[in-house]
Design a protein around this ligand. Sequence first.
Ligand SMILES: *Cc1c(COP(=O)(O)O)cnc(C)c1O
Length: 378
Amino acid sequence: MLLVSEPVLGDEEKAALAAVIESGWVTMGDRVREFEQAFARLHEAEDSVAVGSCTAALHLILHALGIGPGDEVLVPSLTFVATANSVLYVGARPVFVDIGSADVPLMSLDDAESKCTSRTKAIILVHFAGYLAHRDAWQSFARRKGLLLIEDAAHAPGLPEVGSYGEAAAFSFYGNKNMTTAEGGAIIARSRTLRETIRQARAHGMTSGARQRLTSRRPDYDVTILGFNYRMDELRAALGLVQLKKLPEWNDSRRRLSATYRELIAELCPSVMVPFEAPWPSTHHLLPIVLPPATSRQRIIDRLRKRGVQTTVHYPPVHRLTFYRDLYPELALPRTEDFARRELTLPLHPKMSTLDVDKVVDALAAALAADYPMGAVA
Ligand SMILES: *Cc1c(COP(=O)(O)O)cnc(C)c1O
């Protein structure tokens, strides 16, 4: 079965893990620090903070920015549920914004504008599928409205402009992302003060870490802010250091595979729309397509599966998930809902070859042809 995503793990990762075990120091040591610096360098940032997940990263960012009860945060509904959950963790209210269009399924500036109130404090942008949100437009919007800009960059590690939009960006190293530490995340924050608050809140709000207490002569610490245990460990950092080296090359493979997909789909499946125009800056995390309105998506999914091709949907809109529907029973986001009904995510990962892309597009063309029996196509 050709999977939608697959981590690339091998001998180098095994050796890196073994070296940590042999070293006897398993968490928050030199490797975590080295990983933070290497991750920052790749994004042309001064520094980064490694954490346990992107969800923890989003929570820490909102917490450190002082967002809380009474505040509203603009978020897309076309995202993973963690984006909105993180807003609820700090006691604020996520306000869901519709996408602009099926061609560019990113948060709509116009809808964001119409949803601003005196309580709106921040925006969380999601670089959906790895396609970057419009930096200048969002920066000027945030400036005009006096809002904090945060990136949920779970889909977009490895491009220097990511992490430079606003206050901070959250990254994910979950198993299906562009690089993985199994579970893990990182934060890029431009202000040193914000970064240090985040670093402290990551480890219980303590003023020094175990490593520092070992190397300095003072065994004491203080807790000056509310913190959490959102640390990254040395095993994950060791995996991250290996994966990070390969990330640019993997993102490049993803770009080439995406270009092949676009060409073949245009040729063999002209009724299918591929969002985002080709030169759009992207880390190509996903290959989303939009099926024609009358197509039964489930039949296409079943036919592709029979031919050995797994597909998924990104995303069931967050505001339509039971927990959120109960909180926002009246909310309608027509463009998000229409997109989510017709979207299908095709396999895309660096282990694939262009022959695999051929196979997927052939299977898709056959599945679509079977959905429209001869004569039914006007
Ligand atoms: C995967 C993902 C997250 C959550 O990442 P974790 O590291 O699993 O916490 C958040 N936002 C988006 C858009 C994601 O795709």
